[in-house]
Structure formats: structure tokens, C-alpha cells
Ligand binder design. Structure first.
Ligand code: UD1
Length: 357
């Protein structure tokens, strides 16, 4: 078995790390080749993550960097093709829904190399989101669709995808969380930052719909107001940092930081009183941990997190941030059961599927 794993962004590393480990263990005679597209390239967004997750150093670095969607996608395709030509894998494994995912799935499909998609079948039904286009294309061209929640089955059926290609294995991002649980529970990151566990809000915002326009300064104003009620910690994604620099403003009371390592970030998530985000992965991690999450988007491709009772969609409206303290006061504080197969063993199930193929 010769497998090429193509990763490009911070969440890709988290989703793929357990799969590389499980498939190396299951196919020790196989060839396992990691390609890093370089979509994320800052040390804090890339190397720090790979090191913490114990992912071996990538075998190929494509160094595509940032750019328009067409350019970034095209550069990955152009640079990946000769790598796949040399490696001639039996399978190309792609995670998630970023531009690197789309580019790798297309390149492999055109070379008639089977594609496996980790986190298949999620749909926001909002094609203004670049990730929605990436998901649809990656699923269409994948031979193995690894589903992390049962709602994906209906989404894929509606697109005419054959049942034999679908494998409901669970959530590999939760595999990583479970594997790191002892470490992040012992990390005490909140206390180190002078924050009382359970008392503070943790914020991440990076999606273009929110940070690339006038909503960002409005969100920052609302966060400053929230900081009068509870400490607010905001590790800032590079895209958001760039946009903030274009708007001169003071943010009294808000604690802004560089992007954090994963163990520190999970430690803060587990200790947060509330989380405000537009990330997909964080909606899932808070569901597993039973932490109240408020999502600043109009929709989510992860309705399973809403049904679990941990996640609330606020809409793409920063004014809704004002309602968070009242919403917290009304919560029961019970930790719900995690969704089916979010149990730390999804990557092993992927290995089972491939071993039986
Ligand atoms: C990408 C994904 C998004 C995912 C996110 C996770 C796409 C379309 N988007 O968004 O789905 O949720 O990753 O973080 O694939 N930049 C840096 N250093 C880096 C990376 C980015 O400075 O290491 C800055 C650059 O200014 C760049 C901007 O961030 O132009 C955007 O980066 P890009 O890779 O295009 O998308 P993300 O916003 O990170």
C-alpha cells in the first residue's frame, strides 16, 4: 500500500495526524508520504502544530504560500502532479475543505489515482463559502468518503453519491483531542495567563465573510463591550491580524495574542466559560468538551453540534455578541454525550476500511 497524504493548513494537520499514525501501524510495509502544500507557512500555524501532533516531517514541501483562490489552487496542482508522478501511490488522502484539499483531489483524480476524503459530506448549503465548493468537488472525485457524522449520509445521497463509497467512521479531529487530553488537562494554560477557569471567553475569528470587511471593526467593538463583563482572550489568525492592521483602533480590556500551540489552545478551550468562533473545528471540539460555543455565522455545515446543545448560531451579526452573558446565565451546564463515533477511534476505522478493501 503506497499512500500520499496531502496537508496544507493548521486544521488539516489535526485531522490527518491520527490517520497517518493508524495507517502506518496497520500497513507497516507500506509507503507513507506526507506532502505539505505550504498554504499555511508561519511557524505558529505550521511547524509548531506538526511537532506537537507528532507528525513526521513532511517528505515534500510545495511552498505555495498565500494568493488568490485560483492561484493557490493552481500552484498546488502544478507542484503536486510531478510528486504524484514519481510516487505513483495507490491512494491520495485529503482532509477537510481547504483550497489544498480541492487541488489535491483534482490532481489525483485526473491522474486516475484513487482519492480518500477525511471529513466527507459536510454541507453548509452556502456556495459563497469557498470551503463549500472545495467539499463538493473533493467528495465528487473521491473513491473513499470517510464521514464524521451521520448527517453527511443524507447530504451525499442527495448529490447522487453511491452508498458503497461512504464509510461512517467518526471524527479524526476528536481522535487527536482524545490523544492529547492528558497533556492539555495538565497544561494549566488559563492559570498561567492569570485567567480563572470557567470565567473567561475565548475568541477565534478568521473567515473572509467576517474579517475581510466592515464587520470586523464592529465585532471588535462588541468584544470590547463583552470584556467589561468577562475576560476575553483572542488569539488572532494571521488573516485577521492583517485586516486589523488596516483599521486603526484601540481594544481596551481585550487580550489579543499570537496564534497558540494546540495543547495550549485545547487547555484554554476546556477551561473557557464561553467560546466565540467562526471556525468549523472549534464547534466540534467544544461539543466534545461540553463547552458553550457561540458561532458568528449564518449557517453551519456541522448541525450535529447544534443538536448536541453546545453550539448556538448567532448569525453573521456582531451585535449578537451582546447577548452572550444572558445566554450563559440560562444554560444548564450539563455535558451532553458526544455525537456517535466521536470517541478517539475514527482513524482506526479508516484503517479497517482500507485493510478490507
Ligand atoms: C484557510 C482555509 C479555511 C480554514 C483556515 C484555517 C481556504 C479557502 N481557507 O483559511 O477554510 O478554516 O485556513 O486556518 O482554504 N497567512 C499568513 N500566514 C500563514 C497563512 C496565512 O500570514 O501561514 C495570511 C496571509 O495574509 C493570507 C491569509 O492569511 O493571505 C489567508 O490565508 P489562506 O491560506 O488564503 O486562508 P485562511 O484564511 O488561512
Amino acid at each position: 500500500m503506497r499512500i500520499v497524504y496531502v496537508v496544507g493548513t493548521r486544521p488539516n494537520f489535526v485531522k490527518t495526524a491520527p490517520v497517518v499514525a493508524a495507517l502506518r501501524a496497520r500497513f507497516p510495509e507500506g509507503t507513507h508520504t506526507i506532502v505539505h502544500t505550504g498554504q499555511h507557512y508561519d511557524r505558529l500555524m505550521s511547524e509548531v502544530f506538526l511537532e506537537e501532533l507528532g507528525v513526521p516531517a513532511p517528505d515534500h514541501m510545495l511552498e505555495v504560500g498565500s494568493g488568490s483562490h485560483a492561484r493557490q489552487t493552481a500552484l498546488v496542482m502544478e507542484r503536486l502532479e510531478p510528486v504524484l508522478d514519481r510516487e505513483r501511490p495507490d491512494l491520495v488522502m485529503v482532509p477537510g475543505d481547504v483550497n489544498s484539499t480541492l487541488a489535491a483531489a483534482l490532481t489525483a483524480a485526473k491522474m486516475q489515482i484513487p482519492v480518500a476524503h477525511i471529513e466527507s459530506g459536510l454541507r453548509s448549503f452556502d456556495r459563497t463559502m469557498p470551503e463549500e465548493i472545495n467539499r463538493i468537488v473533493a467528495d465528487e472525485f473521491s473513491e473513499y468518503l470517510f464521514l464524521h457524522s451521520d448527517e453527511a449520509i443524507e447530504n451525499l445521497r442527495a448529490e447522487g453519491i453511491a452508498e458503497e463509497r461512504m464509510h461512517f467512521v467518526g471524527n479524526t479531529m476528536i481522535d487527536t483531542l482524545v490523544a492529547l487530553e492528558e497533556r492539555f488537562r495538565a497544561a494549566g494554560t488559563a492559570a498561567r495567563l492569570g485567567l480563572q477557569p470557567g470565567s473567561f471567553a475565548l475568541v477565534t475569528l478568521h473567515r473572509p465573510a467576517l474579517v475581510d470587511g466592515p464587520l470586523l471593526p464592529e465585532a471588535m467593538r462588541r468584544l470590547t463591550e463583552l470584556a467589561r463583563e468577562m475576560p476575553v482572550l483572542f488569539p488572532v489568525h494571521p488573516r485577521t491580524r492583517k485586516m486589523m492592521e488596516e483599521v486603526e483602533a484601540e481594544h481596551p480590556g481585550l487580550v489579543l495574542s499570537e496564534p497558540l500551540g494546540y495543547v495550549d489552545f485545547l487547555s484554554l478551550l476546556a477551561d473557557a466559560g464561553a467560546v466565540l468562533t467562526d471556525s468549523g473545528g472549534i464547534q466540534e471540539e467544544t461539543t466534545y468538551l461540553g463547552i458553550p460555543c457561540f458561532t458568528l455565522r449564518d449557517n453551519t455545515e456541522r448541525p450535529v453540534t447544534i443538536r448536541a446543545g453546545t453550539n448556538t448560531l448567532l448569525g453573521l451579526d456582531p451585535a449578537a455578541i451582546a447577548g452572550i452573558p444572558a445566554a450563559l446565565a440560562e444554560r444548564s451546564g450539563e455535558r451532553p454525550d458526544p455525537p456517535p463515533l466521536w470517541d478517539g477511534h475514527a482513524a482506526e476505522r479508516i484503517a479497517d476500511v482500507l485493510a478490507g478493501a
